[in-house]
Write a protein of this length. Structure first.
Lengths: 280, 443, 344
């Protein structure tokens, strides 16, 4: 029989199936979370048979005191600086690419866009000697070094996304400013920049997630005291004394900042990726 | 122009930051790496030192206590201590030396010592060793380990000793299996058989972490082929196709086929130790450090000596001499250290009985310096293990084979061992290793 | 092609007007582009050039080869390339990377396509939003953390690893041998089985590493497909709900054509991702057991940064160059599509 009955049944099946699948998708994170809030002895005995009274945040405290706090701080420093620099340089260049005409525009655009495809390995190996030449190998200057590398590698995405946002601005607005006598700089500062803020935020979130989650660059370029949380996690995994309760707590800590950002600015994040998706 | 003054500020600030960075980068291009050869400040130990080690948790606290001892004696020195994971020591040291910012003092293994010494990166420590050999603190054999087979000066000190080929058991488990500590290889095999009959896994193996497999191979090579062949193999004087080595792997192949658990390659070291400590496996073949790890990581109620202890893996051939399987951690000083004086003073201290006694008292540690008194060790298991430490050159011993070799060969060896555990094909394994380790055919 | 795309790209008419008003090149443009280009040149172009040139030398990282003093190490011409192309470990890594290259894009595209269409059928409202969020969420997790988290799931101890606990409780464990195929449960990260192709044997353990990557990457597909579906008339949903035949019709003739562009994007981006894969392998198996799961990016890392004893950095840069060439060649059509968009 066709009709509403069948429709209701199929809707029920659809919602049921999707609910089950969504829950299944969350199982890995949930299990890491459970291991992180149970004493090691309990989780080694089947964390799924836990006792509510066993729940503890002691693992987090230990993880935090075993150096995770430093890793998290490093992650914030690197990520914030890298996102700021990428956005600042990116939005300037994106304006030029979207709205101005200049020599070699197409070829520079092409070169910048390649960073979206070429793997980071292409620069990885000579980077250490290069840092040494530049004097970036010691102390806090390591931050500067890796921030600049992240900026170079974010260049493609930045140009690609931001110039697509900037070209969305109606020509009339820009023409009006030009008629008022504004130069390129004035137009950028007073018209383009304010109107691109949502796009900038979208890009900043994506770049934040990207930089925060980097392992390879940090692993190879930074000394122990300057490494971010991703390397910290890999370090905790070390086979000699891997303390699974601490590792689990560490993984949850590492997940949280990008996740919170995602939760708060979900729409802008998705919008940014939408734009990327649509353009391609 | 009236519009939003704030925006102007934001823009200028952003631009300013960018320009500063670019200018800084360009300015830095000028200054090449000539400032790295700053001479060490003469005088007593002072200034700051960066020290790299592997220890965390209880072991980290113990090492911190050792460093505190140095700082009390040298209040002018400021120590910045970094921990890097054991399995990444090589990669991270490579990173720091290549970046031109090596730690002043760092933990190392012979393979790493050799590679760095051959590239002229390390401090000459011959005078320390001359003194230690003279006053009987160390044996020549230990100096050979620290020298790592390099022609030229010794460039590391021996800080932390370890004895392996220890078969750890729970006292209640051994009781259930008949209660006898095996004296011979056959008795050992009988015991494993009995465990299998009782329905308990004979051994726990943490092969996912690779190095626990070398605990087995090193023990077996030392027992089947003997210390001479072991050390020749380590130094590339004989090849893997030497019949004594081949025999050793035949023995290992039998053990794998008959007694290794199905998860031998997916379990990690911690999985291995805890499944043994929880009574899911009867034995585990590990170093003395299990005494510290088992209670700390698996079951806090376990008491060393009362609840668990070890016997040495028995000799394969009763007429062969005893051959101890030792390993342990060395420390190196960077030649480029800006504070070479203090770095060397710290290295001298780390090799001293005074420093090593501090950790010995805390347990889970064997002092390589012979002057540390046996009374320093806190429990019976530590004391028993410390007694096995070779204190004179008469005792035959082999130092951890792959830690000695290091580098690519070590990495390939560990991979080949995992393959061997999956498919114990001796011929294929020996062929693979002969191809990977070409030192004996070249030398 | 799509209406959404039209909204983003400026209209031709506007383009013409603009050109009319500002025929000349803007000198200010250089000032706008300069900061980013300077950083790009110093931290991408220059090191990349070093990589390419240094692959002609035999050198090690501790006393590295430098473009400014090229003579300090031996020039070997294409020696590193012939050595790489002749080495067993390189081809082993190629095989494992190929497994990633085949399965990862297929799974990502397939699963996220199905999920997106199902959610699309669920219509608007809170529930579909929550479903979508559940699939997008893992995307924000670093792959290092993804590896750690899945490491718990895969743990062989059935009292700790969830997968083995479930397999044990439901009695699902099996071991099968179908001709060249061997497949078994239990030891997820050390031996999932193998497929003998005659000329080479594929290690299925790679699939255990691909699964977490797919889990994390699905979100990208869901976002992209959802974007592609926004312009489809919602009335079609109701029509399709009522009638199974019409459902097939809608999927076949409306949704799939509408999603063609999105399909290309998801496939290409996941191919790029598969070729670069490093983090998950590094955290979960470090290429083991043996070198069963060693991929190109990991091989290169080990050659440059782990094997201190041999001057292998030249071989590592060689692998980097080969990897980049394959990526750029493979992604060239995609690159061209990206280029068609912006600069005028």
């Amino acid at each position: 029989m066709r009709g509403p009955g069948r429709s209701r049944a199929s809707m029920l099946a659809l919602y049921g199936g999707l609910t089950a699948l969504s829950l299944l998708w969350l199982v890995p994170v949930a299990s890491a979370f459970m291991i992180s809030v149970l004493p090691q002895e309990q989780s080694r005995d089947g964390w799924w048979s836990f006792d509510l009274s066993d729940l503890t945040f002691g693992n987090y405290e230990r993880a935090w005191n075993e150096g995770l706090s430093d890793y998290v701080l490093n992650s914030f420093v690197i990520t914030t600086l890298a996102v700021l620099l990428t956005v600042a340089t990116g939005v300037l260049a994106a304006y030029a690419f979207a709205r101005l005409r200049f020599r070699l525009k197409r070829s520079t655009y092409f070169l910048l866009i390649t960073t979206m495809i070429v793997p980071v390995q292409i620069i990885l190996i000579p980077m250490l000697p290069w840092f040494k030449t530049l004097g970036f190998e010691e102390g806090g200057l390591q931050y500067v070094g890796i921030v600049l590398v992240h900026t170079a590698f974010g260049a493609g995405w930045a140009i690609f996304m931001l110039s697509s946002f900037i070209s969305e601005i109606p020509d009339e607005i820009i023409d009006a400013a030009r008629v008022d006598g504004a130069g390129d700089w004035g137009i950028f500062r007073r018209v383009v920049l304010p109107l691109t803020v949502p796009g900038i935020v979208s890009f900043a979130i994506i770049d934040f997630v990207f930089v925060w989650n980097d392992l390879l660059l940090a692993l190879t370029l930074l000394g122990r005291d300057y490494q971010p949380i991703t390397v910290g996690l890999a370090n905790l995994q070390s086979p000699n004394l891997a303390q699974q309760d601490i590792v689990a707590a560490g993984s949850i800590i590492a997940i949280l900042p990008p996740l919170l950002l995602f939760a708060l600015l979900n729409r802008l994040y998705v919008r940014g990726l939408f734009a990327g998706g649509l353009k391609g | 122009m009236r519009r939003s003054r704030a925006w102007r500020w934001v823009t200028w600030l952003g631009l300013g930051a960018v320009m500063t960075l670019v200018v800084a980068a360009l300015a830095a291009c000028g200054g090449d790496d000539d400032e790295s050869e700053a001479p060490a400040t003469p005088g007593e130990a002072s200034g700051s030192l960066r020290v790299v080690s592997n220890w965390t948790g209880a072991e980290g606290d113990a090492f911190a206590a050792v460093l505190d001892g140095f700082q009390e004696a040298n209040p002018g020195v400021e120590i910045e201590s970094e921990e890097i994971p054991f399995d990444q020591t090589q990669a991270q040291l490579a990173q720091q030396f290549a970046a031109g910012d090596p730690p002043d003092v760092s933990v190392a293994l012979p393979g790493i010592v050799r590679q760095l010494a051959e590239q002229d990166q390390l401090m000459d420590l011959d005078d320390l060793w001359d003194e230690w050999i003279d006053d009987g603190s160390y044996t020549q054999a230990l100096r050979d380990v620290a020298q790592a087979g390099v022609e030229g000066p010794t460039s590391s000190i021996y800080f932390k000793g370890n004895v392996n080929a220890l078969i750890w058991y729970r006292t209640d488990e051994l009781e259930a299996l008949g209660g006898e500590v095996p004296e011979t290889w056959d008795e050992f095999i009988d015991l494993l058989d009995r465990a299998a009959e009782e329905g308990i896994r004979p051994v726990a193996v943490g092969g996912a972490d690779e190095w626990p497999l070398t605990q087995w191979t090193d023990s077996i090579i030392l027992r089947v082929a003997g210390a001479d062949a072991f050390n020749q193999l380590a130094r590339g004087e004989i090849g893997w196709d030497d019949p004594r080595i081949v025999d050793s792997f035949e023995v290992f192949a039998d053990l794998i086929s008959n007694y290794f658990p199905p998860d031998a390659l997916s379990a990690s070291f911690v999985d291995e130790t805890c499944s043994w400590a929880d009574g899911k496996a009867a034995f585990t073949n590990q170093g003395a450090f299990v005494n510290l790890v088992a209670p700390a990581e698996c079951d806090k109620s376990l008491q060393p000596g009362r609840d668990f202890t070890f016997f040495e893996m028995p000799k394969y051939d009763e007429s062969a001499p005893d051959a101890r399987f030792v390993s342990g951690d060395l420390f190196i000083g960077a030649k480029e250290s800006e504070n070479a004086e203090a770095a060397k003073a710290l290295l001298a201290y780390l090799g001293s009985a005074e420093a090593q006694e501090i950790w010995a008292k805390r347990g889970g540690y064997i002092a390589p310096n012979a002057k540390v008194p046996p009374g320093a060790y806190p429990d019976v298991n530590d004391r028993k293990a410390a007694e096995l430490w070779p204190k004179s050159d008469e005792v035959e011993a082999g130092y951890d084979l792959d830690d000695w070799i290091g580098g690519r060969v070590q990495s390939e060896y560990r991979g080949a061992l995992q393959q061997f555990v999956r498919e114990p094909d001796v011929d294929a394994f020996i062929a693979k290793m002969t191809e990977v380790d070409t030192r004996s055919s070249e030398g | 092609m799509t209406s959404a795309e039209d909204a983003v790209a400026p209209e031709p008419a506007a383009r013409g007007r603009q050109r009319l008003r500002r025929p000349g090149r803007s000198r200010a443009a250089y000032a706008f582009v300069l900061p980013l280009l300077a950083i790009f040149a110093a931290f991408y172009a220059w090191p990349a050039l070093n990589t390419v040139l240094s692959s002609g030398f035999e050198w090690g990282l501790i006393n590295p080869w430098r473009l400014t003093e090229p003579g300090s190490w031996e020039f070997v011409g294409l020696g590193n390339y012939s050595e790489t192309l002749g080495s067993e470990s390189f081809w082993n890594a190629v095989v494992n990377t190929t497994i990633w290259l085949v399965f990862f894009p297929l799974l990502v595209t397939g699963v996220s396509l199905i999920v997106s269409i199902l959610i699309w059928f669920a219509g608007r409202g809170l529930a579909p939003l929550l479903f979508r969020t559940a699939f997008i969420l893992p995307m924000t997790i670093s792959l290092a953390a993804v590896g750690v988290i899945w490491g718990f799931i895969y743990n062989p101890d059935p009292d700790f690893g969830l997968l083995n606990a479930v397999v044990g409780a439901l009695d699902l464990d099996f071991e099968i041998d179908w001709g060249p195929l061997h497949l078994q449960t239990g030891q997820w990260l050390s031996d999932l089985g193998s497929l003998d192709l005659g000329f080479t044997e594929l290690r299925l353990t790679n699939l255990s590493l691909i699964a977490p990557a797919v889990w994390a990457f699905i979100g990208f597909g869901v976002i992209t497909f959802t974007a592609g579906l926004t312009s489809v008339d919602q009335d079609l949903i109701d029509a399709a709900r009522v009638d199974g035949a019409r459902l097939r019709h809608v999927i076949r003739y409306v949704l799939i054509p509408q999603l063609r562009g999105s399909l290309v994007i998801v496939a290409v981006v996941s191919v790029i991702f598969a070729l670069r894969t490093f983090d998950i392998v590094y955290v979960l198996t470090d290429g083991g057991p043996g070198s069963d799961t060693e991929v190109l990016a990991l091989l290169l890392f080990k050659q440059a940064f782990v094997f201190l004893d041999e001057p292998d950095a030249g071989l590592a840069t060689t692998v980097a160059v080969l990897l980049s060439l394959v990526l750029v060649a493979g992604a060239y059509p995609y690159l061209r599509r990206l280029l068609e968009g912006t600069p005028r």
